[in-house]
Design a protein around this ligand. Structure first.
Ligand code: PLP
Length: 293
């Protein structure tokens, strides 16, 4: 990633945006080594894609940000302030790159501080521009180690929150590479299909497009929601329901969706091949790129 613009939020201050949000050099040291984001991964984040200065699905990202913060018992993020920070960074990015992204982060704050959270919004360009069209991916199924009802039985495990603790997700991607694949779909310990480490799954089964429900302790995907909106508008059938591994392996086609990648077609899962529907994948990507909000 190439950092381009950075805004720091002063979460202790209230009132005018100008007092609460300030631009700093993107490579400046703004985070203390005692910040709980660094020492414990204790915080939440979102990554939003910015096309021609417009952050995509910003309100949905702000919804999920608030949901994640609530799951971690963090103070409710001031939505207007975070929206302002992201829109300001996006406007700067628009002048620099046609396509970029913003990662915005709320940490619990500094271990040695006054209890106020730490917040920032970093605009960046991905290190490698996405290939067009992107190559279809091979995926492995990995056990997430939790039952499908973990979010209800053990909310302290924070499943379904987008926390800063992504070390497990990154380890899963390394395991995929060791197995000769590029990505992962997690499965619950009792056999339900969940999500990828950085993506939401959509499977085409008997002509309908299906995604697993968020009560399985997975993130509500903003990209998946917009893909479903497009499919619905084109007269396709969409559904949110639980999938077993045999259900998934019996699908005709599968996609992994995320803000930074859009819709990526899956070529195989654990060696089982799927149809790669290039025409639909391209249509979905155009639909996502054309979003005006
Ligand atoms: N699930 C997880 C665990 C993720 O980390 C992400 C995105 O990073 C997604 C799903 C997809 O979410 P979105 O489409 O909103 O980027």
């Amino acid at each position: 990633m190439q950092p381009l613009v950075l805004y720091v939020l002063d979460l202790a201050a209230d009132g005018a945006f100008e007092r609460c949000v300030r631009r700093v050099e993107a490579r400046d040291a703004v985070l203390s080594v005692t910040d709980l984001s660094a020492t414990r991964g204790d915080g939440v984040f979102e990554t939003v894609v910015v096309i021609d200065g417009t952050p995509q699905a910003l309100e949905e990202h702000l919804d999920r940000f608030a949901r994640s913060a609530a799951l971690l018992d963090l103070p409710e993020p001031r939505r207007d302030l975070w929206r302002h920070a992201v829109l300001t960074a996006a406007a700067d990015l628009g002048a620099l790159r046609p396509r970029a992204a913003i990662k915005f982060v709320l940490s619990r704050g500094d271990e040695a501080g006054d209890g106020a959270g730490t917040g920032w919004a970093l605009g960046f360009a991905p290190s490698a521009p996405p290939a067009a069209p992107p190559a279809p991916i091979d995926v492995v199924l990995l056990d997430r180690g939790y039952r499908h009802d973990v979010a209800q039985t053990s909310p302290w495990l924070l499943q379904g929150a987008k926390t800063l603790s992504y070390a497990v997700n990154m380890a899963a991607l390394r395991e995929a590479r060791r197995r000769g694949a590029q990505d992962v779909v997690f499965v619950s310990s009792d056999g339900f299909v969940l999500e990828g480490p950085t993506s939401t799954l959509i499977a085409r089964i008997d002509g309908a497009y299906v995604t697993p429900p968020t009560d399985l302790g997975i993130l509500p995907g903003t990209t998946q929601a917009d893909v479903f909106a497009g499919l619905r508008a084109w007269g396709e059938q969409v559904a949110t329901r639980r999938l077993s591994v045999p259900d998934l392996l019996g699908a005709d086609a599968v996609w992994l969706c995320s803000s930074t990648r859009g819709a990526a077609a899956v070529r195989s899962i654990d060696g089982t091949p799927f149809t790669v529907d290039d025409a639909l994948t391209a249509r979905l990507r155009d639909h996502l790129d054309a979003r005006k909000k």
